[in-house]
Design a protein around this ligand. Sequence first.
Ligand code: SD4
Length: 330
Amino acid sequence: MKRRKFLRNTSLGTAGIFVAGKGLAANTDALTPVVSETQAAQKPLIIATWNVNKETEKAWETLQNGQSALDAVEEGCKLAEANIDNITVGKGGLPDRDGHVTLDASIMDSKGNCGSVVYLQNVTHAVSVARMVMEKTPHVMLAGKGAEQFAYEMGLKKENLLTEKAKKAWDEWKVKSEYQPVINIENHDTIGILAMDANGDIAGACTTSGLAYKMNGRVGDSPIIGSGLFVDNEVGAAVATGLGEEVIKTVGSFLIVELMRQGKTPQEACEEAVKRIVTKPDSNYKNFQVGYIAMNKKGETGFYSIHKGFWMTKHTNGKNENKESGYYHK
Ligand code: SD4
């Protein structure tokens, strides 16, 4: 297994550590970096940010059970949220600088419906709450206490999301209290999943605890429709990971889908979206990571990042492939 570390500064002006490249693939042949990913479609198809084989398998199984692409992406994300060893998603996520674990998540279906939650506390399955916002309210987005109250009304239970492990990490962080977000860690960063069912209908979801030791109240890209996630069933879908502030500034996922609409392949569209970030006059891109994955209606896929170390899991025919993305900063 390869493991690479990137010590970078964040765009917020302080040091950040990017740890990535710990491939979970059983087959090391799958660990070859690729720049282009345009081979033809196979349906159904699941892709996800990072090496998250169990999550894509869960999504695949869900489709095989005859459930929808929407069910598939929700189930895949739920698995990551419930995994307390994953310190960037759901229960076990690292807290903000004041010790609150706050979750952001969003979901979109093939009809263009969407839902999201921001700054959700005490409820593990943020992605399910996002789906309930979509399906059971007249709104798209619920935040903070309102989102939490809604989750309880929907029958979700209150839980302490701050695990011993995360609390210990926070206690250690408090000694210096320097803002040092661990953005990409052990291939378990923000999880974004896109699924296409056998009919070619697409859904997507993403879920995160956001940046570790962020300011209280900070919201990232993941719950912002068009930034962290976008699905257009006529065209395709995209999802982001990395420093959310930079994704928000370029409305990255919507941009990718619109570029695909104009004829770009998913690969070209992901590369263009990364370029929009790095070519800004004052871009500090050497010091942060952003990665995108995308699929189009034909089932072609693409993925690209600023720095080496971003991975995509692709699941077709009941089989996972872990692929390392091409990247901008050589
Ligand atoms: C955020 N994009 O909150 C998420 C977190 C993430 O790498 O993906 N970190 O900014």
